[in-house]
Design a protein around this ligand. Sequence first.
Ligand code: FUB
Length: 308
Amino acid sequence: YFSWARLLPVLGTLLHAVQADNPIIQSIYTADPAPIVVGDKVYLLADHDENGSTNYNMKDWRLFSTADMANWQDHGVIASIATTFPWADINAWAGQIIARNNKFYMYLPMRRRGGNMAIGVAVANSITGPWKDAIGKPLLENARIDPTVWIDDNGQAYLYFANPGLFYVKLNADMVSYSGGIVQVPTSVSSFGSGREPDGTTFAEGPWIYKRNNLYYNVYAAQCCSEDLRYSTGPSITGPWTYRGVVMASAGKSFTNHPAVIDFKGKSYLFYHNGALPGGSGYTRSIAVEPFTYNSDGTIPLLTMTNA
Ligand code: FUB
């Protein structure tokens, strides 16, 4: 016999399978999403904001995975400053994982003991670990943060990083060293729009570099602080970049935001963070995701946070 009482839980399950509720991780505070598709799953590297935090003194990095963009498995701490990087002391910030050589490489910013922010690199045979410091020292020093990595079609890997300014190095095939110098990307108004950053553009931090359909994208956190998300595109991984506009117009209850974009099972997704969980703020953030469809010319539509 027909009964709404029986049907509603089934409908609820079906809806949940289509779209996860934001924020997607509700058990802890998370920030700076870095998803990667591995096989039939998305793995999500996340920073971990401590309960009640009033600063960015984060200590470890977390991993989550999903096969359906609705149900997320918690793989726990995959690297921490205390156990993985003895040369660092605090500030486990925004990183990214990439696969190569039948291994996984993870680029992570943290503060060198008694020094500035630096970028380390960890390596693992499986994305769930165990992860080890690959070189026992920083790969990049001098206040570098927010690494994003991409392997171009010719096999050359590029590690971009930021703040202040936008830079890249060409990684060697071993993925744990680089050749040539650090290249600073010119941040002109035509590349990053006219804004209130010290260089007169909108580029602040958090670049996420990728290629899709012969177009290179640099989606980034803009106009610190409160940040929004904007993007530029270019004909090559080194640009020249052309400013394309706003992707998401706020950071919610956070004052930073941080983008990541992937395609998975035929859909495109923007990951970001805000302060949507109870107790949420600029230092107790939550990762969320919005599905979207590229416009036919490859531009990204303006997206709105849900459940912010
Ligand atoms: O989470 C610490 C820092 O805040 C990140 O490195 C920036 O991108 C901003 O989200």
